[in-house]
Write a protein that binds this ligand. Structure first.
Ligand SMILES: Cc1cc2nc3c(=O)[nH]c(=O)nc-3n(C[C@H](O)[C@H](O)[C@H](O)COP(=O)(O)OP(=O)(O)OC[C@H]3O[C@@H](n4cnc5c(N)ncnc54)[C@H](O)[C@@H]3O)c2cc1C
Length: 196
């Protein structure tokens, strides 16, 4: 069993996975199930984007918003009435945080002890001259998997002047309409094939 609070070994790993989000966990577990000794190197809140700030909290709040929206829209149907409003934002936010905490525990933290072959190391990894550096020291592993997530970047324009912003908008529009045309042609093709 991997003990999260003792000093981890620094050698003898077949695989080092950098990033302990959903992709990193999946990679680490898959490698461990194949018999590899895995170092899962994570920085920040364990579980990464999806469970902490992405899929889970966003859907929890979106479902609540849908319930409000449904209540507000109900009067459009004959015979329906009633109303719904946000009474207590703090309670709603707390329930979202509770769900996030529960899923992070069950789907991530509780999994670590279940995999003998996975050692979790809390550290911000980096590369220096091609060597993986963990806690300011070189870290040896047979293979390295990078699963560090992604960040948003500005789309196509270099400097956000009014002119470049307009050009960017135009390019995106052209791409969108080209995509719509391709989809329409594909749809038409499928319908024609179905009719034959
Ligand atoms: C608001 C929102 C809603 C979303 N909703 C959905 C959805 O409904 N369905 C869906 O499929 N996807 C959804 N996504 C996308 C989903 O969250 C991501 O695709 C997924 O979390 C990516 O997982 P990952 O493991 O690649 O990266 P992450 O989950 O971002 O994990 C990367 C981890 O690596 C760590 N890390 C980074 N650098 C280092 C380093 N140098 N050393 C050590 N660790 C490091 C980070 O701290 C982080 O913990 C949503 C995203 C957002 C933002």
């Amino acid at each position: 069993m991997n003990d999260c609070c003792t000093l981890p070994r620094r050698d003898g790993f077949d695989v080092a996975v950098v990033g302990a989000g959903s992709a990193g966990f999946s990679a680490a577990i898959t490698a461990a199930e194949a018999g590899a000794r895995v170092a899962l190197i994570g920085h920040g809140t364990i579980g990464g984007t999806c469970v902490n700030v992405g899929c889970v909290p966003s859907k929890a709040l979106i479902r609540a918003a849908e319930a409000v929206q449904g209540g507000i829209a109900a009067h459009r149907f004959p015979g329906l009435g009633g109303s719904v409003q946000l009474d207590n934002w703090s309670a709603l936010a707390a329930s979202k945080d509770e769900l996030v905490g529960e899923l992070r525990q069950k789907k991530y933290l509780d999994l670590l002890p279940a995999y003998e072959g996975v050692s979790y190391i809390e550290s911000k990894a980096r590369f220096d001259n091609g060597a993986l550096i963990v806690d300011d020291a070189p870290f040896k592993a047979g293979k390295i998997i990078l699963a560090m997530g992604a960040r948003a970047a500005a789309a196509c324009c270099l400097n956000w002047t009014r002119k470049s912003a307009l050009r960017c908008k135009l390019i995106l529009k052209q791409k969108a309409s080209a995509y719509a045309r391709v989809s329409a042609i594909n749809g038409l093709h499928r319908s024609m094939t179905a009719l034959r």
